[in-house]
Design a protein around this ligand. Structure first.
Ligand code: KIV
Ligand code: NA
Length: 252
């Protein structure tokens, strides 16, 4: 599947997306039939244990995306561009996004921001790099904006709608809508002819994405909108205790 085909999923099926950071999970998730995997810079939080996504480097995203694509060669894999890899200039954005495409065999990149990054999306798309946009809560600007739900007041809702339209018109093939009012996410989904992928943005998006570790019930402090589908922490406790029994009883 290429990004143009991905775009056409809008209206034909709900898109199922999860984040992923390594080969083994990628392989299992491909087998489980997800539509797309995101190598998110949430890497900083759930893999590295950092407080924000800001410390994640381009080299780390390349390292993890390359292994995810190797584990899921037939799945649409999106690499998340880390803080400072695309904000400085169009030249740096082209070079860094291009490097990620060259080194990882991924299918697209994602970058955070609204109408103010539309010019980047246009240039990247012009040279053949598919871009997924990301608006609403954007963790790379959490020090400025926080993590609180977006689109609550009219001026913010207008900004987000303008941004969705600008990114769509600049050539973005899809948009992540993070932690925004469900009614606004629905409006945006109707406004653009590309799939919207929601996280904490209500059920009317064209697809949904969850952070893998939240989805598995591994993270201790997940956001309220991240529904766990498994209690991996509890399962690990049980498994370790039964392993302990086997070891103590000489069964291994
Ligand atoms: O980094 C990430 O995991 C993300 C998703 C939450 C959309 O950007
Ligand atoms: Na991210």
């Amino acid at each position: 599947m290429n990004a143009t085909q991905f775009k056409k999923l809008k209206g034909s099926k709900k898109i199922i997306m999860l984040t992923c950071y390594d080969f083994s999970f990628a392989s299992a998730l491909e087998e489980a039939g997800v539509d797309a995997l995101l190598v998110g810079d949430s890497l900083g939080n759930v893999v590295q244990g950092k407080e924000t996504t800001l410390p994640v480097t381009l080299d780390q995203i390349i390292y993890h995306t390359e292994m995810v694509k190797r584990g899921a060669p037939n799945t649409f894999v999106v690499a998340d561009m880390p803080f400072l890899s695309y904000q400085i200039s169009v030249e740096e954005a082209l070079r860094n996004c291009g490097l990620v495409m060259k080194e990882t065999n991924c299918d697209a990149v994602k970058l955070e921001g609204g109408e103010e990054v539309a010019h980047l999306v246009r240039r990247l798309t012009e040279i053949g790099i598919p871009v997924m946009g990301h608006i609403g809560v954007t963790p790379q600007s959490a020090k400025l904006m926080g993590y609180g739900k977006r689109g609550k007041d009219i001026s913010d809702a207008e900004y987000l709608k303008r941004s969705a339209k600008a990114l769509y018109e600049a050539g973005a093939f899809s948009l992540v809508l993070e932690n925004m009012a469900a009614t606004l996410a629905k409006e945006i989904t109707e406004l653009v002819q590309i799939p919207t992928i929601g996280i904490g943005a209500g059920p009317e998006c064209d697809g949904q994405v969850l952070v893998l570790h939240d989805f598995m019930g591994l993270t201790k402090d997940r956001p309220p909108f991240a529904k766990p589908y498994f209690d991996l922490r509890a399962e690990l406790k049980k498994a370790v205790s039964s392993y302990k029994n086997d070891v103590e009883q000489g069964k291994l």
